[in-house]
Ligand binder design. Structure first.
Ligand code: MLT
Length: 261
């Protein structure tokens, strides 16, 4: 574990290629624990709580994807990590693309998991406003209720009760001000589609075959815009593929990350 002073609460463990793991909305860094356990200590895992989640407070001025990406880079600075592979899930993938856009020299490779490059549609923005009202009224419970029907795959909902319970508990412990700040940030984020064509680092895209939020169809189109990009489908998994089926995700990550040297 790190003792360095960083902008965000984080775990820093293992040795070798530095990899920063960025979690999604309504989650925290413990999201990556099942995957980290399967991957083992053969790589250096840097796992922050993004602002407003887990043990990282909402940070004044950090209201945009760009500011969030800058905070992640501040963590790399504090840990004296020059370049890292960035693995981002969903909202973490939005941050990963912003990090590449702003700090390309800090990125060794990208893994974009269950995510998208486009911004919110008008309808999506209205839905964000409804979710903000729901979170302000009902707290994390309201936010969790809004996500639960779609966030896990059908197989997980039907046959992995421990994963369902752990995901639910993680969502319920997130602070309301962090939830609202993230919803506003996602609502107002830019369309990052043009960024895809600028990617010159090895990029692997991952999607749970049962992902109902960033669907395999959507991720196929996103991957096609990345020169040399490759999309792998994770069977029997939904939007939280690395948490639902960490073994299958690790089987894809190992050769990709191992090939980076
Ligand atoms: C996430 O899992 O981070 C969210 O689904 C992202 C979003 O709501 O756009």
């Amino acid at each position: 574990m790190s003792t360095a002073r960083t902008a965000l609460a984080l775990s820093d463990s293992g040795h070798g290629l530095p990899i920063a793991f960025l979690h999604g909305y309504l989650l925290d860094r413990t999201f990556w624990s099942p995957l980290a356990e399967v991957l083992g200590p053969g790589m250096r895992s840097i796992v922050p709580d993004l602002p407003g989640f887990g043990e990282s407070p909402v940070l004044p001025g950090v209201t945009t994807l760009d500011a969030m990406a800058d905070r992640v880079v501040q963590c790399l600075d504090a840990l004296k990590v020059e370049r890292a592979a960035i693995v981002g899930l969903s909202m973490g993938g939005y941050v990963a693309l912003a990090l590449w856009r702003r700090h390309p020299t800090r990125v060794r490779a990208l893994v974009l998991a269950d995510t998208r490059a486009v911004g919110d549609t008008l309808e999506g923005r209205t839905r964000r406003d409804q979710m903000i009202s729901m979170a302000e009224r009902d707290g994390a419970e309201g936010a969790m209720r809004a996500m639960m029907p779609n966030i896990l795959g059908a197989t997980t909902r039907a046959s992995r009760p421990k994963v369902v319970a752990a995901a639910r508990a993680m969502m319920l412990r997130q602070p309301v001000n962090g939830i609202v700040a993230a919803l506003r940030m996602m609502r107002d984020r830019p369309d990052q589609t043009p960024v895809l064509a600028t990617l010159t680092v090895p990029t692997l895209c991952l999607v749970g075959e049962e992902d109902a939020i960033t669907t395999p169809t959507e991720m196929t189109a996103m991957t096609a815009a990345i020169s040399g990009g490759r999309l792998v489908h994770i069977p029997a998994s939904g939007h939280l593929a690395p948490f639902e089926t960490p073994e299958a995700v690790a089987d894809e990550l190992r050769p990709f990350l191992g090939g980076l040297g």
